[in-house]
Ligand binder design. Structure first.
Ligand code: PMP
Length: 359
């Protein structure tokens, strides 16, 4: 039995992918061993690895001048690697602070370069993303870092700002939910454990010209150029996570690609926000209309007690992982690509029943 899984990540994955992996797990394609028991230098794994890299470039429509990197350390290590590799003496990294994850990026960045907040949502209590004209850049800014989707706050950047400075974006909970305007970016990154697969690998796309001038006075693992030169096999890669990611990419391709994922995301989130907005104030979104996330829908109920009851009663109906992040409370329904429409319908039906019983 599969439940309606609204987890923010690791999260629900396409059941077809899980079953395919299960079928070939113990004896990988006649090798007499599983993929995770063989050398990462074996022919079988080499194919898995390069296939995943090719598929990533294809499905994302990444231009030829971007390298695909498969890295350890999650999105979190990228917070440090970006300034380490990109910032030269007297150059600045600008950050748009839209919430918890942007804060982590700018704080970690500060240990490895001169960084500043070009827009700061803290004073407003993180209710929205900025309009492009509100982002204040200083001279000598090397890049502008944005968090495309705040997984905890449920805030999404409606558009990627075009301010004449290359963008760097955390796409962790955004990957594969809309196409990427590549021309504005020097680098995008994200942990896999939302729309891409299990935890254990971060997918980074970096422009080749950036690698040519990237800082090299770094411990080997922290150098983008070395990972690129070795096709992300500089050291032992997270083989199982990469294998699963390759399969999920294939699934997205077979389902119609990023445009189709965007269409589905808009439909699912639209349905849920309509239920929230149509509840006469019983359910309430703390995020301004234009900035609402399609992947992580956060909402509040009239009291924290009701929120607790809601989450518990939902679980009794197999609607699980709806509790908001511990730092903000409330309810959060994550609607990643693999979450079927039926799960959203089941949630909306439950919300109506719960309101009728408790309003
Ligand atoms: N950025 C965002 C937007 C995230 O949602 C997360 C994890 N939830 C991270 C960064 C950190 O990712 P990781 O756990 O892979 O380091």
């Amino acid at each position: 039995m599969r439940v309606h899984n609204f987890s923010a990540g690791p999260c629900t994955l396409p059941v077809e992918v899980l079953e395919e992996a299960q079928a070939e797990f113990v004896d990988y394609r006649g090798a007499g061993m599983s993929l995770i028991e063989m050398s990462h230098r074996s022919k079988a794994y080499d194919e898995v690895h390069h296939q995943a890299m090719r598929k990533a470039a294809e499905v994302f429509g990444a231009p030829d001048d971007f390298e695909v990197l498969l890295l350890g350390g999650g999105a979190t290590l990228q917070f440090a690697m970006i300034p380490m590799n990109l910032l030269k003496q007297s150059e600045l990294g600008a950050y748009v602070d839209t919430g918890a994850w942007a804060t982590r990026a700018v704080e970690d960045g500060g240990y490895h370069g001169d960084v500043y907040r070009a827009w700061d949502g803290r004073d407003e209590g993180y209710r929205r993303a900025p309009r492009p004209e509100e982002v204040a850049l200083q001279p000598n800014t090397r890049y502008l870092h944005v968090t495309a989707n705040e997984t905890i706050g449920g805030i999404r950047l409606p558009e990627f700002p075009d301010l004449g400075v290359p963008l760097v974006a955390d796409l962790s909970s955004e990957y594969m939910s809309r196409p990427i305007p590549w021309d504005r970016f020097d680098l995008v990154y994200g942990g896999a454990q939302k729309n891409l697969g299990p935890a254990g690998v971060a997918l980074t796309f970096v422009r080749r010209s950036v690698l040519e001038t990237a800082n090299r006075e770094l411990a080997a693992y922290l150098r983008y150029d070395l990972h690129a030169a070795k096709d992300s096999m500089f050291n032992t890669p997270p083989v199982f996570a990469i294998y699963m990611m390759g399969k999920v990419l294939g699934w997205v391709e077979s389902e119609g690609g990023l445009q189709e994922m965007q269409r589905r995301a808009e439909a699912k989130a639209g349905r849920l926000y309509a239920a929230i907005d149509g509840s006469g104030g019983f359910y309430r979104s703390p995020v301004e209309q234009d900035s609402r996330s399609l992947m992580n829908v956060v909402f509040r109920l009239p009291t924290e007690d009701l929120e607790r009851d809601f989450v518990a009663a939902a679980a009794d109906r197999d609607l699980v992982n709806l509790k908001g992040h511990r730092s903000v409370g409330g309810v959060r329904a994550s609607l990643y690509n693999a979450l079927p429409n039926e799960s959203v319908e089941a949630l909306v039906g439950f919300m109506e029943d719960f309101q009728a019983a408790n309003a």
